[in-house]
Each structure stands twice: as structure tokens, then as C-alpha cells.
Design a protein around this ligand. Structure first.
Ligand SMILES: Cc1ncc(COP(=O)(O)O)c(C=O)c1O
Length: 366
């Protein structure tokens, strides 16, 4: 079976991670700093603060944005549950906006309609790596003084109007979980446009202790005063070492993903029963997923399985979960999207031969 995801581990990883293990310094140290520097240099991410999951990055961003009890945060239902759980973690209320049928990304018009005096922030999710309509979202945020926290779990290396994702909104959150582009095992990073917020993030990711400025006393204990709530969210050095190995060829892998995505787009654009999603020219996806709409989805899934191709919806709308209050009936495009969306294999393990096999399998019909 051609898998829908892969866990990419660069050949150099064993040696690089091994060196860190041999050093016996495995907690957060030089490698994490090196990884952060590399994220900034290679991917144009501003002030990346590495943490131990994408969920931790999202939660930390909510803390930095002062999202608190009773605040409303607007986000799409087309995401993974983590995006909304962190809002609840802060005592705030996730408010689900509709999405665009042809991308799965949040619809700025719907965002506008959901704003109340309690709205504090917007969390756009770059579904599958395709950047959202950031100009429109940032204009709304500006008009209503809202914070924007991008959920870029799928979108490292993506760009919007020639600007790198991770350099545009107040906060941008990445995930380095096992099947993401750049895995650290589990991990994430929050990019902060504001330098002071980045400093705060460094402190809060480690219990609220300013690690760099808390020397041990003669008694042998680190001296500090915790001024604000902190968390155990730091990344560790062996995860960062794996991340560094995986970053070493990330740009080439991204080019490969784009080549395969272009090929899928060209080959599948006139196949009956398939409606491809938008392929805008003012932004570049990082192609974590290649999604489309398909007629008779169950038949399609079964036919692909028989031909050895795994396909998946990846995530259906999350608002049905009781913790989020159940399905929101007014999300019209979300409902249509949910019924017909499907993703075909696109990752570093998809060679041009495998991509041709995927296309041929689809063209045989279902
Ligand atoms: C859109 C989205 N946001 C957030 C997350 C959470 O990231 P992590 O698993 O690294 O905590 C994920 C998936 O894992 C995701 O797909």
C-alpha cells in the first residue's frame, strides 16, 4: 500500500542524534538554540521559540496573547482538535467560523460575522500547508484590535505574497510531530514578531524561570523568582538534533513536494468526479497534504484501497466534539466540504513513479 503519511528521518540523523546522546546533555541546551537559529535562517521564521509540541506552541501563544476566561477566539472547524483545546485550556470560548469550500481555509467574511465585543483573537489554520487569506484576516484583526495566531502546523516553508509563514502575524505556531515535514519526534515552535514576547516565551516554556539569567547559588540551587505562570514546554536537545538533521535537506524536499503537487494538479484537473482545490499564484503551499473533492467518496476510498493507494479525509470538522458544544449548523461550506473532501498521498516518500501510480489508479475510475 502507498501510505498517506511518512515519518521522514534524514540519513545523518542517527549520527547527529547519537552525538547528542553520547554527550549525555540531552535536555534543552545548545542543540535547541542551534535548531532555533536554523529555523530562523532557513525558513525565515521570526524569533522561533522551540517547544515540545505544536499544541504547546499554540497554548503558549494563547498565553502570550493574554487570552483568558470568557474571551472568544475565532477559528475554523477544519483542523485538528488541538487548535480549539488550547483555547478552552485558557478558559476562553472557541467560536467556529466557516471555511472556503475550495481550500478548507477559514473564510474572512465568516470571521467578520462572528466578531463580538468578547472576541480576542483569530486562529487561521493553513490547511494542508496552503496559506489562508492573510491580508483579509490581518485587516479584520487590525480593524477590531484582535491578535492573530496562525496555526502553521502544516505550513513550514510556505509563503504568502513572497513573505514566509512565520514572519507575518503576531504569532505563528509550527508542529514537528512524527509525520510532519520536519520531525523532532514531537515538538513545535512559536514565532513571535515582538522581541519582548519572544523573551517571555523563552521564560514561560521552562516553568517561568529565566534560564539564561538564573545562576546557581553557593548552595547549589539555581536562583530565580517566578513572576508569571510557566510550563514544562521546552524542546530537548536530542529532539532538536533530529530536527537539525531533517532541516538539512528540507528545501530540496519542499521542491520535490511542489513538483509532485503540480503533477497531480495537471493530471487530475479534467478527471470526471473530481473537483480540485484552488491553486493560487500569490502564495506557495508547503504541500503537507494534497486534497480535493470527490463524488461517491466511499466508492473512491474502496477503489483506491483495492489498487494499493491509501487516501484519507485526515481530519473531519472538529466542532462535533461535545467539548466544543456540538455541530454548528451555520457552517454551510464546512458541511459541504466535510462530505466530499479527500486527500491522496503526498510526502517525501512519494517518488514520481508512485505519483504516476496514484494518478493511474484514480483515472481507472471508481
Ligand atoms: C492543524 C494542526 N494544529 C495543531 C496540531 C498539533 O500539533 P502537535 O501534534 O505537534 O501537538 C496538529 C497536529 O498534530 C495539526 O494538524
Amino acid at each position: 500500500m502507498i501510505p498517506i503519511y511518512t515519518t521522514y528521518i534524514h540519513p545523518s540523523a542517527k549520527e547527529i542524534v547519537g552525538q547528542t546522546l553520547d554527550s549525555t546533555f540531552i535536555s534543552e541546551g545548545k542543540k535547541v538554540k542551534e535548531f532555533e537559529d536554523c529555523l530562523a535562517k532557513e525558513l525565515g521564521i521570526v524569533n522561533p521559540v522551540a517547544v515540545n509540541s505544536g499544541t504547546a506552541a499554540l497554548h503558549l501563544a494563547c498565553v502570550l496573547a493574554r487570552i483568558s476566561e470568557g474571551d472568544e477566539v475565532i477559528l475554523p472547524a477544519q483542523t485538528f482538535v488541538a487548535t480549539a483545546l488550547v483555547v478552552i485550556q485558557q478558559g476562553a470560548i472557541p467560536v467556529f467560523a466557516d471555511i472556503k469550500y475550495n481550500t478548507g481555509n477559514i473564510d474572512p467574511q465568516s470571521v467578520k460575522e462572528k466578531i463580538t465585543e468578547k472576541t480576542k483573537a483569530i486562529i487561521p489554520v493553513h490547511w494542508g500547508g496552503m496559506p489562508c487569506d492573510l491580508d483579509e484576516i490581518l485587516a479584520i484583526a487590525n480593524e477590531y484590535s484582535l491578535t492573530v495566531i496562525e496555526d502553521a502546523a502544516h505550513a513550514p516553508g510556505a509563503s504568502y505574497k513572497s513573505r514566509m509563514i512565520g514572519s507575518i502575524s503576531d504569532y505563528t505556531c509550527f508542529s514537528f510531530q512524527a509525520i510532519k515535514h520536519i520531525t523532532t519526534g514531537d515538538g513545535g515552535a512559536v514565532a513571535c514578531l515582538d522581541n519582548n514576547k519572544a523573551q517571555e516565551a523563552f521564560t514561560r516554556r521552562w516553568f517561568g524561570i529565566d534560564r539564561a539569567n538564573s545562576q546557581p547559588s553557593i548552595l547549589g540551587e539555581r536562583q530565580y523568582d517566578i513572576e508569571a505562570l510557566g510550563f514544562k514546554y521546552h524542546l530537548n536537545d536530542y529532539g532538536a538534533a533530529l530536527g537539525l538533521a531533517n532541516l538539512s535537506d528540507f528545501k530540496e524536499r519542499l521542491i520535490h513536494l511542489r513538483t509532485i503537487a503540480n503533477y497531480y494538479h495537471k493530471e487530475l484537473s479534467n478527471v470526471p468526479g473530481i473537483q480540485l482545490w484552488d491553486f493560487p499564484t500569490d502564495r506557495e503551499s508547503s504541500w503537507w497534504l494534497f486534497g480535493m473533492h470527490v463524488e461517491n467518496r466511499l466508492d473512491f476510498i474502496k477503489a483506491m484501497q483495492e489498487k494499493g493507494v491509501t487516501v484519507s479525509v485526515v481530519h473531519q470538522r472538529i466542532d462535533h466534539n461535545s467539548v466544543f458544544g456540538g455541530i454548528k449548523e451555520d457552517l454551510i461550506s464546512q458541511q459541504r466540504f466535510n462530505e466530499t473532501q479527500i486527500h491522496i498521498p503526498l510526502h517525501s516518500g512519494i517518488t514520481s513513479e508512485l505519483a504516476a501510480q496514484v494518478v493511474a489508479s484514480i483515472k481507472k475510475g471508481w
